[in-house]
Ligand binder design. Structure first.
Ligand code: BGC
Length: 538
């Protein structure tokens, strides 16, 4: 059969389309690119993440005091299946085994958090618990022995209950002093061994969950966001956030004055970040995207980089949004050495100023933006265990580019990225949970997107998988599993999932760039050190 010239031309055009890497990506972003360690800069941190309450257990051992989660999870109905972190993964007793697992993965860094009430059972109002200090010193020493860099988050959602009972924790400015006191003890006790600090994990998510939706302790909210016994969803989140930001700034000021010059570490804060795409093909929804990003990510980083909340928040929240004094601005502005983000998913954003929205979304506190994973009956990506998390790898590249543009390409790090499968109808068999091909595909495609952003100049210096092992997933208890290692809830035995083997393969097959001896944030943009091999691939 003879082809006409126009048919031949069309055929040739299709081949070009398919072969062109950027076009192929948009046509099929789930197409599996092979990810190699050499696509990332020299010394790039590849790690796994956890947090104290989610894995440690030992909730009343060795002098630890009660924290907000100990109390909240013991109230029936707050957590799925009434699960709690009393035992969690028993990491407090099994940490040596967990370090072995990490060593076998080949990670060069491990992100964990410090249980505030293990160090200070009663906050500022009691003694320092030396057995708590010893636990973390042991953990840190053993990580270093195995060549794994400790990446410490000082506070990840858990607060001594006494601070809640005395003055309402983050709703009071007094909490800033408590955090400062806690941070100082951490810098003094561990700082000589720590290169990487983050002050708080996701203050923006915590403000939302604890004070708008009421899903995290202290469980505050008001209609239409929920029916809690206490709270004001329109007002409390910005107040809590304000205190968290100032607590961060004070701790960083102290670190820089008293510890950093000798200890030589770097310090940051972690924001929870979604990416957003317009729901409709119109200008209103484009603007809704900008507002959604401002009300979430820039809520944390604008004050820290530029000294005030984003203009969109000032505009829509008016007097509800607290003001910073000149003195506060001077300590806030510039109070990070790097930007840390946790990123899992992308949602559509829809304007609620000019069109009607479900009650709750049409409020100033939400920036008059409705966010959803669905458009015209089609999901933005595959479902996961979290109804608001979808698999949208392109979002990783987009959020990194957004941060790069908004904050002048400051050094960045992805401190969490992970996947949990949607719950099955029937009880999932352990063997199914170990064969986690979906998780491998998730990480492959998100890492490929991250590598693209880096190739285009984004100064990203590390990536941590959430999570090292299955753990206590807040309101979902143990029903949701994010781990590279499976944990049997009866025996607490850890077993590698397929994804652990996959990660190990990436990390160990071409491990030449695994140099982690110097602080990665003390270097120039590490793009210049992307290996020759990967340059050739670009
Ligand atoms: C939190 C983790 C949590 C993870 C998965 C992040 O927002 O920092 O504690 O387990 O998301 O939901």
């Amino acid at each position: 059969m003879r082809l006409k010239i126009s048919q031949l031309f069309f055929f040739f055009f299709c081949i070009v389309l398919l072969l062109h890497p950027s076009l192929a990506q948009t046509t099929n972003e789930h197409e599996q690119e092979d990810v190699k360690r050499s696509q990332f800069p020299d010394g790039f941190l590849f790690g796994t993440s956890t947090s104290s309450y989610q894995i440690e257990g030992a909730y009343l051992e060795d002098g630890k005091g009660l924290n907000n989660w100990d109390v909240f999870t013991h109230i029936p109905g707050n957590i799925k299946n009434n699960d709690n972190g009393d035992i969690a993964d028993n990491h407090y007793h099994q940490f040596l085994e967990d370090i072995e697992l990490m060593q076998s993965l080949g990670v060069n860094a491990y992100r964990f958090s410090i249980s505030w009430s293990r160090i200070l059972p009663r906050g500022r109002f009691g003694e320092v618990n030396t057995r708590g200090i010893s636990f973390y010193n042991n953990l840190i020493d053993n990580l270093l022995l195995k060549g794994i860099e400790p990446f410490v988050t000082i506070h990840h959602h858990d607060i001594p209950q006494e601070l809640e009972d005395r003055y309402g924790s983050w709703l009071s400015p007094l909490m800033q002093e408590d955090f400062l006191y806690f941070a100082e003890i951490c810098f003094k006790s561990f700082g000589h061994k720590i290169k990487y600090w983050t002050t708080l994990n996701e203050p923006n998510l915590f403000a939302d969950m604890a004070y708008m939706r009421g899903w995290y302790p202290p469980g505050h909210c008001s209609p239409p966001f929920g029916n809690c016994s206490f709270g004001n969803s329109d007002v409390e989140p910005p107040t809590a956030m304000h205190n968290m930001l100032l607590a961060h700034a004070k701790a960083v000021k102290l670190y820089r004055q008293m510890f950093q010059p000798k200890q030589g570490g770097s310090i940051g804060i972690i924001a929870n970040t979604m990416m957003y795409e317009p729901h409709g093909d119109n200008e209103d929804d484009q603007k809704a995207v900008s507002r959604a990003l401002a009300f979430q990510l820039a809520w944390v980083f604008d004050p820290i980089v530029y000294g005030d909340y984003p203009p969109e928040m000032r505009h829509y929240l008016g007097s509800v949004l607290p003001r910073f004094s000149q003195e506060e601005i001077s300590i806030l502005k510039g109070s990070i050495d790097f930007i840390a983000i946790n990123h899992y998913s992308t949602l559509y954003a829809k304007d609620c100023i000019h069109s009607a929205c479900i009650p709750g979304w049409d409020r100033p506190i939400r920036g008059f933006v409705y966010t959803t994973g669905e458009r015209d009956g089609v999901l933005i990506g595959d479902r996961t265990a979290n109804p608001r998390f979808f698999v949208v790898p392109r979002g990783m590249e987009k959020i990194i580019n957004y941060v790069k543009e908004r904050y002048n390409n400051m050094p960045m790090i992805v401190t969490e990225n992970g996947f949990a499968p949607p719950p099955q109808q029937k009880q999932q068999h352990q063997q199914d949970l170990l064969q986690d091909a979906e998780r491998i595909n998730f990480h492959k495609s998100y890492l490929a997107a991250l590598a693209r952003a880096i190739r285009n100049g984004a100064d990203v210096r590390g990536y941590f998988v959430w999570s090292m092992i299955d753990n206590f997933e807040w309101i979902d208890g143990y029903s949701v599993r994010y781990g590279l290692y499976y944990v049997d809830r009866q025996t607490l035995k850890r077993m590698p999932k397929l994804s652990a083997k996959w990660y190990k393969n990436i990390l160990t097959v071409d491990a030449t760039s695994n140099s982690n001896s110097s602080n990665i944030f003390k270097r120039k943009n590490t793009m210049s050190t992307v290996s020759q091999a990967s340059k050739a691939e670009i």
